[in-house]
Design a protein around this ligand. Structure first.
Ligand code: HEM
Length: 335
């Protein structure tokens, strides 16, 4: 059993993990392992409300200094009459390449919408303030595509608080400095500047390989609970510390939906995200529907679950919106 915190990021603890040293989880899970030279990651979400993914977006993502990996998604359940968003997320582990790319492409992206909403939401957390968890160690998704590989089974999961214990900074840092949100409006541009850290979670589901009873149970029981949880966070999340939430379906290069989805949420703090996941009826409903399926399939599930979480300081964030629907991303908090 390994620690999720790699040796080079392990420091003498002044803050204790939630479980004793001899704790062993009941089922295996894995984390992404990056090259030791990687000090920082960049996760850049680019979105448009025009309902189609402009060729420009693909060209920019594939341009020199572009992300080492990106994917594209649309709302899993579009709101009737609501905007038809397209969201692309790119990942870098070379911040100098990202800076050059952002300087070249940010303005072109934001000014290219001709009245249709566009936005960028970027964080660049230090490697110490980021963690992942995967149920399987094949087919990496999201930021894990950049990793050198997966760990062996890790100790810090299978209990509430595992997310924090996997994050190297939690050995010495409470990871808690939320602050008010400033808004700068200039013409059609809105910059949203949180004065404290914000927490990002991308929590993904892949039912590509689930067949028969497992597929029916996923689509018939787990997914409806997931949808309810995601709609709660989108519509009423502010009351529990969720600044914004999207529930998205990954699409292929031709824009066709795949059997992969993810929820992406911006949270006021890691503590708020912890509290929602361990206590709110919507995540507990998701969790218990999953538990029933896992118990019924003792030989293991084909369903793949993963997440990536980052806590970014104010100078590691960039939120900018043009001509967007007022409920887009952190604009909802600004209002
Ligand atoms: C943790 C189930 C979706 C937030 C967990 C765990 C399970 C689970 C089993 C414990 C993992 C472990 O430590 O071994 C599910 C299922 C989902 C789903 C079946 C969808 C089908 C989501 C979404 C979010 C979320 C969309 C957030 C937007 C969390 C968080 C934790 C967690 C923050 C970590 C709690 C901690 O370690 O303190 N979930 N989840 N989950 N889930 Fe979910």
């Amino acid at each position: 059993m390994e620690s999720a915190i790699p040796p080079q990021l392990s420091v003498p603890r002044v803050r204790h993990p939630r479980v004793p040293d001899d704790y062993e989880p009941r089922f295996p899970s894995f984390v992404a392992r990056h090259r030791t030279s990687v000090r920082r990651l960049v996760m850049a979400y680019l979105g448009t409300q025009e309902g189609r993914s402009p060729a420009w977006l693909d060209a920019a993502m594939n341009a020199p200094d572009g992300p080492r990996h990106h994917d594209r998604a649309v709302p899993a359940w579009p709101e009737p009459g609501g905007p038809r968003d397209v969201v692309a997320v790119g990942y870098w582990d070379d911040t100098a390449a990202f800076d050059r790319w952002f300087t070249r492409h940010r303005e072109a992206w934001l000014s290219g919408g001709a009245g249709d909403g566009r936005w960028v939401e970027v964080v660049r957390p230090a490697i110490e303030r980021y963690e992942t968890i995967f149920g399987r160690r094949s087919r990496p998704e999201g930021v894990a595509v950049l990793a050198a590989g997966f760990s062996g089974p890790v100790r810090e999961h299978g209990y509430w608080g595992g997310m924090r214990d996997r994050m190297p900074a939690s050995q010495v840092d409470p990871l808690h400095d939320p602050g008010p949100v400033d808004v700068e409006r200039r013409g059609d541009r809105v910059r949203v500047r949180p004065r404290g850290s914000v927490c990002l979670i991308r929590s993904g589901q892949d039912w590509t390989d689930s067949g028969g009873q497992e597929r029916r149970a996923y689509l018939g029981e787990i997914e409806p609970a997931l949808r309810e949880g995601m709609e709660f966070l989108r519509d009423r999340g502010r009351g529990v510390g969720c600044l914004a939430n999207r529930y998205l379906r990954v699409v292929d290069a031709a824009g066709r939906p795949t059997d992969r989805s993810y929820g992406v949420g911006w949270w006021r703090s890691l503590a708020d995200l912890e509290r929602w996941s361990e206590s709110h009826p919507t995540h507990l409903a998701i969790f218990s529907a999953f538990g029933r399926l896992a118990a019924a399939r003792r030989d293991g599930l084909e369903l793949r679950l993963y997440h990536e979480v980052a806590v970014a300081n104010p100078d590691e964030q960039w939120f900018e919106y043009v001509d967007c629907h007022p409920r887009t991303g952190l604009l909802a908090v600004a209002d």
